[in-house]
Design a protein around this ligand. Sequence first.
Ligand code: SR1
Ligand code: MG
Length: 430
Amino acid sequence: MNIDVPEAYVPQTPESLPGLLGGVAAIRGLLGGTPDMWAVEEVGDGNLNLVFKVRGPSGGIAVKQALPYVRLVGESWPLPLTRAHFEHLALVRQARHAPGLTPAVIHYDADMALIAMELLEPHIIMRHGMIDGVVYPLFAEALSTFAASTLFHTSDLAMAAADKKALVANFAGNTALCGITEDLIFTEPYMIAENNRWTSPQLDGLAASIRADSDLKIAVSRLKVKFMSSTEAMIHGDLHTGSIMVTQTDTRIIDPEFAFVGPMGFDTGAVIANLLLNYFSQIGHEKPPGARDSYRNWVLGSVEEFWNGFCSRFLALWRSEGKGDAYPAALFDDAISGIHLAREQERYMAGLFRDTLGFAAAKMIRRILGLAHNIDLENIADADVRAVAEARSLMMARSLMTGPGNFASIEDVTTAARQWNAIDPFGAKA
Ligand code: SR1
Ligand code: MG
């Protein structure tokens, strides 16, 4: 892949960054003092980018800069800098629909592929808190609000057809990031691929049985074609617990560089997948056994609260702000057709639920058999314990993906999670 790198582009270092940012009045005003007084640290621990914290005498900012390659792998895997453009576009749009739930953008530099944002402190990455067993009482409400509002307001249910098509066009160029998802989530875990890794030898048999499972490969291929062809709404595109920063009282959604106009269930599925993976990982974090039982209950309660909150918020928006060109209000303005529309809305949500479960399953499987793993599982030092958590996750994911219709409600899903968490995966049939 040939990457266009603007002539002015320079990957920043803690030494160079103050000089660059010193030219931006808004940043000088926020940090105070002069650039030589600013303290910079590089704190990025994600797969793709550089992330800096910059502090001055009167305040701080976070700065994210794209690299022309995948940080996790190195320069052998080029990746376009334009992802910063799509991230900026998404951040601005999300802030409009979900105010207070994203970091405020302070400055965007297209040549440097760099976004300066509000410094979120004392927030931490939610995944880290969940590994430590920290409860976040407001998270499910915030996430369901974010998902319902950003997805509804960028869909044909809310938008005029021409505006919606323009939105699709605005994000159509984010092909490299979509390509990562198409390969790493929907394809490679189901075949022998160089990028794949798993806990071996413990999961060798299960990985092989997944590669040989034609029903599963058909199911994931259906999800892939939906991901590639659906233009339901502007989605975040990577809505895992590493893209959420939290305190006990505040929740922010960061990092929408994978944003494009795609299937809504990909976002809702990502949230549920990452909660379920954390749930299954608790066996590796509790001391003594059972010590995290109440935390497990909180995680599954959050799965339910997220999905149920998402549905009620999405439907409420549809009822109050469903002024888009889909389901035109003029067709449903009498009592009888209003009842039919209400039924149709329930059917629509049931379809979205099935998509959500399928995408959740794909996201669980990729984190165990593909390139990029979750530290919820990866941080479990005892490989035998880790393999038990991973095998339970894989087995549940397989049942979700091949039989989403077996789950009538989110409570059916959490009940199934409890059942899978009680099995001996290497004694039972996979
Ligand atoms: C090569 S990038 C691997 C993963 O990191 C991001 O967070 C996305 O989830 C992507 O699939
Ligand atoms: Mg990210």
